[in-house]
Design a protein around this ligand. Sequence first.
Ligand SMILES: NC(=O)c1ccc[n+]([C@@H]2O[C@H](COP(=O)([O-])OP(=O)(O)OC[C@H]3O[C@@H](n4cnc5c(N)ncnc54)[C@H](OP(=O)(O)O)[C@@H]3O)[C@@H](O)[C@H]2O)c1
Length: 267
Amino acid sequence: MTYKIGFIGGGNMASAIISGLISKGIYEPHEIIASATSERTIDRLRNQYGIQAVIGNLEIAQNSEIVVLAVKPYYLFNVVDEIIPVLKPNQVIISIASGIPLDKLHLKMPEQRVYRAMPNTPAAVNLGMTSLCTKLAENDPTRATVERIFSAIGRYAWIEERLMHAAIAVHGSSPAYAFIMIEAMADAAVLEGMPRDKAYLMAAQSLLGAAQMVLTTGLHPGVLKDQVTSPAGNTIAAIAVLEEDGFRSSIIRAMRAAAQKSRDMEA
Ligand SMILES: NC(=O)c1ccc[n+]([C@@H]2O[C@H](COP(=O)([O-])OP(=O)(O)OC[C@H]3O[C@@H](n4cnc5c(N)ncnc54)[C@H](OP(=O)(O)O)[C@@H]3O)[C@@H](O)[C@H]2O)c1
C-alpha cells in the first residue's frame, strides 16, 4: 500500500496538519499514515482521523510519497538514520523540526528533495503561519505540493533560510505574546467590572478582527490605528500610556531575544 503522505511523529503539530489536510479535502484519510512510539497516540490517530497509524518508522518511509519529519528536534537524526536505508531518490522529505538547518538534512539525505517548514500552533485551528525554505530550484514541481500541504493549515511564505530566526520570532513565538496581551486586556476589563468570560471573548475577538483587517485591507497598520484614534478620545489616551511604557520597543527587544536564542540553539 502506498500513501500520499506519511508523518513520522504524530503529536500536536502533525495532528494539526493531518486535521487540516483531511478537512480541506487535500488528502483522504486512507491516503495518510503516521507513526508514534506509544499505543495511546496510535489509537488516537486512528480514532480521531481514520488514518493508518503504526509503531515503526520504516513503514512510513518505505510507503509514503512524502515523508514529514514531525518528531522533537533532539530525536530527528535518530529517526533520519533509521529511515535512510529505505528512502528513495527524489522522495520528498519535509522537516518541521525547529533549529535543524537544511545543510544538515542534505548531508544525511543528499538524493532526496528536502524541505524545511516552520509552522505555528494556530495551525490547530487552520489559522497557522508557516515559513518554508528549500535548496531546490524555484520551478521544482514538488514545491506546489508542499504549498498545498501548508495552505491546509493557514498561510505560508517562502523565505531564505537565513531568515528562519526572524520567522521564529515573528510567527513561531508570537502566539504567546498575543496570549499575554489577551490575558492582560481581559484583566483590565475585569478590573472595570466586566465578567471574565466576556472579557476574554472581547479581547480575543478584537485581536482577531484587527489582524484580519491588516490582512484583508492591505492598509498600513499605522493607517488603521489612526482610523480608530479620534482627537482627545479614549484610544489616544491609551496609546499615550503604551508609548510612555515603551510598548513598541519592548516587543522589538523581546523578538530580538527570541531570534538570538534561535541562532544560539542552531549554532
Ligand atoms: N508545536 C509547535 O508549536 C511547533 C511549531 C513549529 C515546529 N514544531 C516542531 O514540530 C515537531 C513536533 O513537535 P510537537 O509539538 O508536535 O511534538 P509532540 O506533540 O511531542 O509530538 C512528537 C511526536 O513524536 C513521536 N515520537 C517520538 N519519538 C519518535 C520516534 N523515534 N519515532 C516516531 N515517532 C516518535 C511522539 O510519539 P508519542 O506520541 O507516542 O510519544 C509524538 O507523537 C518538533 O520538532 C517541533 O520543533 C512544533
